[in-house]
Design a protein around this ligand. Sequence first.
Ligand SMILES: NC(=O)C1=CN([C@@H]2O[C@H](COP(=O)(O)OP(=O)(O)OC[C@H]3O[C@@H](n4cnc5c(N)ncnc54)[C@H](O)[C@@H]3O)[C@@H](O)[C@H]2O)C=CC1
Ligand SMILES: O=C(O)C1=NCCCC1
Length: 100
Amino acid sequence: MCVKTITSFPESSPAIDGAVSLFNSNNGRLLLIADAKEITARRTATASFLATQLLAFKKWKNEQKENAILTILGCGVQGRAHLDVFTQLFKWNKVKKKKR
Ligand SMILES: NC(=O)C1=CN([C@@H]2O[C@H](COP(=O)(O)OP(=O)(O)OC[C@H]3O[C@@H](n4cnc5c(N)ncnc54)[C@H](O)[C@@H]3O)[C@@H](O)[C@H]2O)C=CC1
Ligand SMILES: O=C(O)C1=NCCCC1
């Protein structure tokens, strides 16, 4: 059994914080408490990549793949996690990062 508790304060940096608690589903014992920022960052970036793969990359022609530009808007926790996953799993012609 798993519970994720998240706080979201857009004016704070980073905006999201929280904890993931994992329990043994046979006896209810607490097994671990993990940093929800890290898990949420990796989960969200991986889900974004899978959606992009299914909705876009798979349908692109070679020319589109060769000229593809990755633009990351915001360079916080999610921006860094997305940059990491998207550059590891796809080859870009150019990568742009937009900071505030
Ligand atoms: N769909 C999902 O599952 C999830 C969505 N989110 C959302 O993703 C967003 C980002 O979250 P985090 O990366 O954790 O926050 P963060 O606080 O780590 O990063 C946000 C970044 O955006 C930058 N920023 C703010 N306004 C900007 C602007 N006008 N132009 C360029 N950069 C700007 C800030 O300087 C900061 O570096 C939030 O809206 C959050 O609610 C977060 C986690 C999961
Ligand atoms: O964990 C999630 O999923 C979140 N989605 C929206 C922003 C806060 C965390």
